[in-house]
Design a protein around this ligand. Structure first.
Ligand SMILES: [Zn+2]
Length: 450
């Protein structure tokens, strides 16, 4: 295991309230010392002056496609994409094939992640069997299995039956786990291709009204209050949702929320290109929704930034608009997009952005050894990034298996230089270390074992 001295960086450690120039010495998988003028004692010294060193980022919401669609992503390639984006932990959504609705699938995903060794993967369990909205899953066995499932969701769709959702919430509350929802009233959004509004009218595409998200979220918040469950709103995208969450928090409902980079940056006007790369669910919304999400992020109504990294094959994404699946990749561009579009315009400070990517999501998932503090004896999960480095987003350089980003060709600021996971330098100078190349080319195939 590597012994590394990071010298002269700006340590931003939200968990301990530290924001100062500091050296960080890592050895044997742990942070050994934090302070100024540390001597290397034989450790490799990496000069990071001008860069930020902070806890590894945590993404509450990714799709790793394994088992089932290893042509689009695997746990290994998704872990590599995460590491390259500065993430040391990700929450993997359960809409795989087979669905992660039991401990066996959850354990296999977590085991594949341990084998790849580039990032911690915490599988989310399905709320209902097969994501069918009918029968509650064996929550207890998933919470207690070695994967340690702590979030339950039917992400991709919402649970439509309020009675089933209420029972699921009561059950989940008994394990002090999180009930997370993709808020969508399916009857309202059925057949929708994009946000319902001026552009859907103009383009002649069937719309998904903001009301479909608002109504589902409003119901969920009523049930969250009734049951007392810890509730998490996935990828909030509407002005109405932000207002509902703000109210619910003020009233003491146990609710947290996440927002994606694309819902903070892009509007439904992008759909004029008819390029399915802009198709996503929830859809890109109107400019007033985007503005409301930015305000909600700034004032803390929206807690965390999550990518909803959703890899899709070129063939599928380049098909007819109506047939193309929704989703965008996000792990390798999140930090730079947030610095360029959120920090530079003054919506969040850099230190606050780091908090929303580290200690805040760690607190939601109650992860040990992630999100800081960066202190002596702590697990060495760290990210080093240059907040000023400019680069051009070129999907062909991604280590993710998929290339479906609407941000291709953008010049952005902020680049991940090094990612340390469990004391190992997984990313060095912006690239995956050679030690992990074998894991990437081989990958794993869990689907065949099911
Ligand atoms: Zn979703």
């Amino acid at each position: 295991m590597a012994e590394i001295l990071f010298k002269g960086g700006r340590l931003i450690d939200p968990a301990s309230g530290v924001d100062t120039t500091s050296d960080v010495l890592v050895s044997g998988g742990r942070v050994i010392e934090v302070g100024s003028n540390l001597s290397s004692n034989g450790a490799e010294t990496i000069d990071i002056s001008g860069a930020v060193i902070c806890p590894g980022f945590i993404d509450l919401h990714v799709h790793l496609r394994e088992p089932g669609r290893e042509d689009e992503e695997t746990v290994a390639t998704g872990s590599a994409a995460a590491a390259r984006g500065g993430f040391t932990a990700v929450g993997a959504m359960p809409n795989t094939d087979p669905v992660c609705d039991n401990a066996a699938v959850a354990d296999k995903v977590a085991a594949a992640a341990r084998l790849a060794g580039m990032c911690e993967v915490i599988p989310a369990g399905a709320l209902t069997k097969g994501l069918e909205g009918k029968y509650i899953t064996p929550v207890g066995e998933m919470v207690t299995c070695s994967a340690g499932v702590r979030m339950f969701t039917d992400d991709g769709k919402g649970v439509q039956d309020s009675r089933i959702l209420r029972r699921a919430m009561e059950y989940i509350k008994g394990f002090d786990a999180i009930c997370a929802e993709h808020c969508d009233d399916a009857a309202l959004s059925e057949g929708g291709q994009m946000h319902e509004g001026y552009y859907s009218d103009m383009l002649g595409l069937k719309g998904m009204p903001a009301a479909a998200e608002d109504i589902a979220l409003a119901r969920d918040l009523v049930l969250a209050r009734l049951t007392g469950v810890r509730y998490h709103a996935l990828h909030v995208s509407t002005k109405g949702s932000v207002e509902l969450i703000r109210q619910a928090k003020a009233q003491g409902v146990r609710v947290t929320a996440e927002v994606t980079p694309h819902h903070l940056i892009l509007t439904d006007s992008e759909l004029q290109s008819f390029d399915p790369v802009n198709k996503v669910n929830p859809p890109l919304r109107s400019s007033s929704d985007v503005e409301a999400c930015r305000v909600g992020l700034a004032d803390g109504t929206l807690d965390a930034i999550a990518t909803d990294h959703a890899p899709h094959s070129r063939e599928e994404k380049e098909s007819e608009f109506e047939l193309a699946p929704p989703g965008m990749v996000g792990l390798e561009t999140a930090l730079a997009l947030m610095i360029t579009e959120i920090v530079d315009p003054g919506i969040l400070t850099l230190a606050e952005l780091v908090r929303r990517l580290t200690s805040v999501p760690a607190g939601i998932l109650r992860l040990a050894g992630q999100g800081g503090p960066v202190a002596e004896g702590g697990v060495a999960n760290l990210t080093v990034f240059d907040p000023a480095a400019e680069w051009l987003i070129d999907p062909e350089t991604f280590v993710s298996k998929s290339r479906n980003t609407p941000f291709k060709g953008r010049t952005v600021r902020g680049r991940v230089l090094h990612t340390v996971f469990g004391g190992n330098l997984v990313v060095r100078n912006g690239e995956i270390s050679p030690d992990y190349h074998a894991a990437l080319s081989v990958g794993t195939s869990l689907g065949a074992q099911q």
